[in-house]
Design a binder for this molecule. Structure first.
Ligand SMILES: NC(=O)c1ccc[n+]([C@@H]2O[C@H](COP(=O)([O-])OP(=O)(O)OC[C@H]3O[C@@H](n4cnc5c(N)ncnc54)[C@H](O)[C@@H]3O)[C@@H](O)[C@H]2O)c1
Length: 331
């Protein structure tokens, strides 16, 4: 029996569900902490037997007492903090967005600070949305580049990175922040950047799909992103470090070609717009692996094939949401 006990906030989200699944499969006790009660992503990814091993705790990161209670009741040793509101919700209500994304994260750090003797690692999600397209230097954005985001979401994420830095300087709370780009795979079903995954879900059912953006992006399979967050929590023993996630840069058209190889019956029916996302095209990620050790990133063809096959097996539990190419992306 492992001596580690993980708490994952935002565990009912896509990265959270894959993080929980990865820990369960490694026989590491895990508490799934989330405000919501929709367990469809956990059920999509875990078997009933695996799900029975997960302690699901309803809690709100804006309520510090609920975090502290979960940390103590389960004698947590590692925290992966993923709970956040994405762009459309924050845009509709920036003060509430700030409450969840900024104050909620401060609550997690404050709770960990009081339990530094037991909690050995804290990883949290930042985002490449902490950068705007105008920050693109024409080559992969270095880890320590300064971003100038044009969304509250991006500014919230910058605030998270700043809070982590100050918690290290003032209180010796070590952490590792990771900046995903587009996480894809089974369970990725909300936000504009869910479109590649929704196209894979549609293709599994023999349907076409329109991806409302184009250009070069970085696609990170949710299982690989989850593994990186778990490694990050284990590696968070000193300083407040932040890294971009890897996975390689691809054009949306390469993603569509991979979907067509996995589901030849949809050939010509997955389309995309020329409109680019408001982010730089590529981020440097070697620094992450130098710090955490080697991480595994599925080749695009493999990740797409697995996703299409997963949706074929379980049936599509997602309903593609209408999205506009000019809407701001969900993450
Ligand atoms: N998915 C991506 O491509 C991507 C890209 C960059 C960054 N991120 C970041 O990674 C993290 C996870 O993303 P995701 O795609 O899995 O998100 P998601 O929207 O799928 O899941 C977020 C989860 O957080 C929960 N939550 C929201 N407010 C909460 C609160 N106050 N207390 C407890 N739980 C709360 C929600 O119920 C939801 O289950 C987020 O911090 C996100 O900003 C994701």
């Amino acid at each position: 029996m492992s001596e580690e006990r993980f708490l994952v906030t935002g565990a009912l989200g896509v990265i959270g569900a894959w993080t929980v699944a990865t820990l369960v499969r490694a026989s590491v006790p895990v508490v799934a902490f989330d405000l919501g009660d929709d367990t469809r992503r956990l059920r999509l990814i875990l078997s009933d037997e695996e799900l029975a091993q997960v302690a699901i705790v309803r809690g709100d990161t804006t309520d510090r007492a609920s975090i502290e209670h979960a940390l103590d009741a389960h004698e947590i040793t590692h925290v992966v903090h993923l709970a956040a509101l994405l762009i459309p919700l924050i845009k509709a209500d920036p003060p509430y967005g700030g409450l969840v994304n900024v104050v909620g994260t401060l609550n997690v750090f404050a709770s960990v600070k009081e339990r530094r003797d037991r909690i050995r690692g804290l990883a949290y999600a930042s985002s490449i949305a902490a950068y705007d397209r105008a920050d693109d230097p024409g080559h992969p954005v270095p880890t320590d580049a300064v971003g100038h985001p044009l969304t509250h979401y991006g500014v919230n994420k910058q605030a998270n990175e700043g809070a982590a830095r100050i918690y290290w300087l003032d209180d010796s709370v070590a952490s590792v922040g990771l900046r995903p780009y587009i996480v894809y795979g089974p369970g990725r079903d909300t936000g504009l950047t869910a479109a590649p995954s929704l196209a894979m879900a549609a293709a599994a059912q023999g349907d076409g799909y329109h991806i409302p953006f184009g250009g070069r992006i970085m696609l990170q399979h949710a299982a690989d992103a989850a593994a990186a967050f778990i490694s990050a929590a284990r590696a968070a023993t000193e300083e407040a470090r932040v890294f971009n996630l890897g996975g390689g840069s691809v054009h949306v058209r390469d993603c569509i070609a991979a979907i067509e190889r996995a589901a030849p019956q949809v050939e010509g029916r997955i389309t995309f717009d020329d409109e680019q996302l408001p982010f730089p095209e590529e981020f440097e990620a070697e620094t992450l692996e130098r710090a955490l050790g080697p991480l595994s990133w599925r080749p695009l063809d493999e990740g797409v094939r697995e996703t299409v096959e997963h949706y074929r097996r379980v049936g599509s539990a997602v309903s593609p949401a209408p999205v506009s190419p000019r809407a701001e992306p969900g993450s």
